[in-house]
Write a protein that binds this ligand. Structure first.
Ligand code: PLP
Length: 391
């Protein structure tokens, strides 16, 4: 059968390659995927189970149950001060990924450019390509704490730019966009009439009292922003495949039509679980607390590893250390670490060419496992830095 050019052009992600090899080895500590080992609160699990047992297993309207959208709207208003109409400005999707793809599909025509900040969540780039668009990357510099330079974003705007994708808190750096940068980016978006896709799926996993702000709160942004959120990280509901988008009514209407033509709706038991999550569980912070504690444990354990340096993540569940002291590029590093120490991490080059001296470590496992991983990493780094010095 013929293969489309778009399908042929898609690359298998390095994360998947590492993940697949990790499956073939024994006693591997797999810190690749952003999929925590925590199960959702009992009330959420019960709600999903109840829905299945009561036969609430049919299709729903394409945008999702009204009660689910209302619960999300309530929570959203409480947390951001923004009132979004649950009937027209919110829709449930198949995870945050579904919301991302539909939002890009609602904005991007073939030939359009989309500005993406690097290091980036690789799916942004692939999704833009799947839509026939061109990703234009604005790189951030580790020396500046991966801060976005708004002047560089503005310099990347052309007559073909349809949208800017933002991700705060950021996978893989764990950094949060500060208020001043948000002001500047919002002004640029308004000045050049850009759409903004704001991926905020990690917004509740904030550490050390870090404050989170959405670009949606900035003047002129309501009509040009599609906000992406998800239950995956906040409630540890990755496999429920439940996310949502908040945006202008005409964009949500277009995205709902596209969802009708692709997936129909979010699985119904997951929607009932989402109602429970956003009503009775929204004030819980045990998941955030668990990740802050894990971050501290791992962070302390890697501090004096030779050839290894890292910015402290203010959010998310990722460490993005520089491993250039190993004398290896990130892919060779990750492959050798897996073969020799059975620890799986993601090569930094996955997040863009300039980050070939980095790896991403997901602290999605218990603290004792993270300590064991840090010990193996230390042994490995001691060995490879000695080799690098001799060479
Ligand atoms: N956005 C970012 C930055 C992510 O890291 C992820 C998952 O890893 C997602 C969106 C999508 O998550 P989900 O589709 O499970 O909601």
């Amino acid at each position: 059968m013929k293969q489309s050019r778009i399908a042929a052009g898609l690359e298998t992600s390095l994360t998947r390659q590492l993940f697949n090899r990790a499956k073939e080895l024994d006693n591997v500590i797999d810190l690749t995927l952003g999929d925590p080992d925590l199960t959702p609160s009992q009330a959420i699990r019960d709600a999903a189970k109840r829905a299945v047992q009561e036969g609430k297993t049919h299709y729903s309207v394409n945008a999702g149950l009204a009660r689910a959208r209302e619960a999300i709207a309530d929570c959203f208003r409480e947390e951001t001060g923004i009132a979004a109409d649950p009937a027209s400005e919110i829709m449930l999707t198949i995870g945050g990924m579904g919301a991302l793809y539909l939002s890009l599909a609602a904005v991007v025509d073939p030939g359009d450019e989309v500005i993406v900040i690097g290091p980036y969540y690789v799916n942004y780039v692939q999704m833009v390509r799947m839509l026939g668009g061109t990703p234009v990357i604005v790189w951030t510099d580790p020396k500046d704490g991966f801060r976005i330079d708004p002047a560089k974003v503005e310099a990347a705007v052309t007559g073909k730019t349809a949208a800017l994708v933002l991700n705060s808190p950021c996978n893989p750096t764990g950094q949060v966009i500060d208020g001043q940068t948000l002001d500047a980016l919002a002004e640029i978006a308004c000045r050049h009439d850009l759409g903004v896709i704001s991926d905020e799926v990690y917004k509740t996993l904030l550490f050390d009292g870090a404050v989170y702000e959405s670009i949606l709160t900035r003047p002129g942004m309501r009509e040009r922003t599609i906000l992406i959120d998800s239950m995956s990280k906040r409630f540890s509901m990755t496999g429920y495949r439940c996310g949502f988008a908040v945006g202008p009514a005409e964009k949500i209407e277009a995205m709902t039509k596209m969802q009708e033509n692709t997936a129909s709706c979010t699985p119904l038991p997951s929607q009932y679980a989402a109602i429970e999550a956003y009503t009775t569980c929204r004030g819980e912070h045990w998941i955030r607390d668990a990740f802050e504690s894990r971050r501290n444990v791992l962070w302390n354990a890697v501090q004096d590893i030779p050839g290894f340096s890292c910015l402290k993540p203010a959010a998310t569940f990722y460490l993005f250390p520089n491993i250039a002291g190993s004398g290896m590029n990130s892919l060779d590093f990750a492959l050798r670490l897996l073969e020799e120490e059975h620890v799986a991490v993601v090569p930094g080059v996955t997040y863009g060419e300039p980050y070939g001296g980095y790896v991403r470590i997901a602290f999605t496992k218990q603290e004792a496992v993270l300590l064991e991983a840090a010990g193996r990493l230390r042994r490995f780094m001691e060995k490879v830095t000695r080799e690098a010095e001799k060479a």
